[in-house]
Design a protein around this ligand. Sequence first.
Ligand SMILES: [Zn+2]
Length: 136
Amino acid sequence: MEDAIVAITKYLVTKRLAGDTITILSIKEYLIDGLSPSTIGHKYKISKFRVRGYVQRIIDKARSHYIAASIVRMVFPYIISVDPAVLKIGNKYVCLLCDTPLRAEQVEQHIRRKHRDVINELTNYIISRIRRERPK
Ligand SMILES: [Zn+2]
């Protein structure tokens, strides 16, 4: 379960830094709120297959629907309180961490490759907070 917590936290932190909050909300609304993929897809104007794809990636990391849901429930408030590192200006993007202009399709890869230290730092912080609040 520890590996799954790290993997899921790192994945969601990366999405949040990249400004991809729709993916995070889709995962949360499916696993925690119990909304259907078609309801979520309609809300965010994405296909229900895409919603299923997002959720499946999380379930694969936990190897269980139940464990995936409990991990997302624990980390979600921390993930959503992280500030996105990318600002959308018109149809362009700027990385606020290094002031680099980016195209939409470059954003996530840029964050993952150039700001691994920030991802790891936030992941470690969130996990230490979760450990503190969970009784042993
Ligand atoms: Zn950057």
